[in-house]
Ligand binder design. Structure first.
Ligand code: SF4
Length: 329
């Protein structure tokens, strides 16, 4: 995840919830199903914004939200890309194995160019799927939890793993890298408060994971509802209402069914409905807020340093394999 500071509910629903679930999944014999690695993609952040002055602060805030949401750093190392040097080394090697035209065809890049109205792109921006491939392959990652929009990047990683393995086979004929798979689990996207498809800080339509109940209520007041429900007793349509999308995620199901019925009949007004929704969201955030309150920025820094030491060990070992098959050094 790129360090963009405090995280919002969209990050939780789209990624964090899933990460915690994977971290805690156990086989019948109690063994962990997955070993998670959580990368703070600070170099990736530079591909679209070269101002690095807030990266540290943003990383700390993000780590506090990860920890408060249930990422256990003893099980799942948390580390900054910039502090584990093999990321740049493997990135350089992999960048020799892919053509610029292949990278120019990357649909996510085309989307970014369009959305950010870029006239030209930096060399590093073109190559960011290659850096992402290095991020995954250094840990010999087999599974990458992603949203559907990220699958083209996983495909590039798979291509690079195949190409590296074919170009530099081990003496036994096998490859150094496994071909990772994108795991599209329960990926869901939370609509923004303004009804836009995505919660995003740049759109100002978010509820932060670290919001107090008053802040949640203030945010919820701005949420877009069914615009045809003008007066309190007008019948409404929850299917087109942002608030109802949040009820579906955060309010118990039996209550949500009642809200659906009462909205349609006109028995429930939007002001009351938003109050209930804010209460549900705050109840959900309560344990996160409590855990976050007990954490200090220093603890987040210590977690990153410890995670970096562990990540470095794994990444260096992979690079020894890489250098050996390439006969470097
Ligand atoms: S009553 Fe609730 S669900 Fe219905 S339109 Fe208003 S806010 Fe949305």
């Amino acid at each position: 995840m790129r360090p963009t500071g405090k995280l919002h509910l969209g990050h939780y629903v789209g990624a964090l919830e899933n990460w915690v679930h994977l971290q805690n999944e156990r086989a019948q014999n109690g063994a962990k199903t997955y070993q998670n690695f959580h990368l703070i993609a600070d170099y990736h952040a530079l591909t679209t914004n070269t101002d690095s002055s807030l990266l540290h602060q943003h990383s700390v805030e993000m780590v506090l939200d990860w920890l408060a949401s249930g990422i256990n750093p003893d099980e799942s190392p948390i580390f900054r890309q910039s502090q584990v040097k093999p990321h740049t080394e493997l990135f350089l090697i992999l960048s020799m194995l892919i053509t610029t035209s292949r990278l120019e065809r990357n649909p996510s890049l085309k989307e970014q160019v369009r959305d950010m109205e870029l006239e030209t792109i930096a060399y590093g921006h073109l190559g960011y799927p290659v850096l992402q491939a290095a991020d995954i392959l250094l840990y010999k990652g087999e599974i990458v939890p992603v949203g559907e929009d990220q699958l083209p990047h996983i495909e590039i990683t798979r291509e690079l793993a195949r190409r590296f393995n074919a170009t530099y086979p081990k003496p036994d004929g096998n490859g150094v890298f496994p071909e990772p798979e994108g795991k599209i689990t329960k990926f869901s996207r939370l609509v923004g408060l303004d009804g836009k498809a995505k919660m995003s800080k740049s759109l100002g339509n978010t509820i932060l994971l670290s919001s107090s109940p008053d802040e949640v209520m203030a945010n919820m007041r701005t949420a877009v509802t069914d615009t045809n429900k003008v007066r309190k007793n007008d019948p409404g349509n929850p299917d087109v209402c942002t608030v109802f999308a949040y009820h579906k995620k955060f309010t118990p199901e039996h209550e949500t069914l009642q809200i659906d019925a009462d909205c349609r009949s006109g028995a429930l007004g939007c002001v009351e409905c938003k109050k209930r929704c804010a209460a549900s969201v705050s109840m959900f955030l309560d344990p996160i807020l409590e855990r976050r309150g007990k954490l200090s920025p220093k603890q987040a820094e210590d977690v990153m340093l410890a995670g970096e030491a562990r990540a470095r060990d794994v990444a260096e070992e992979t690079m020894r394999d890489v250098r050996a098959v390439m006969k470097l050094g």
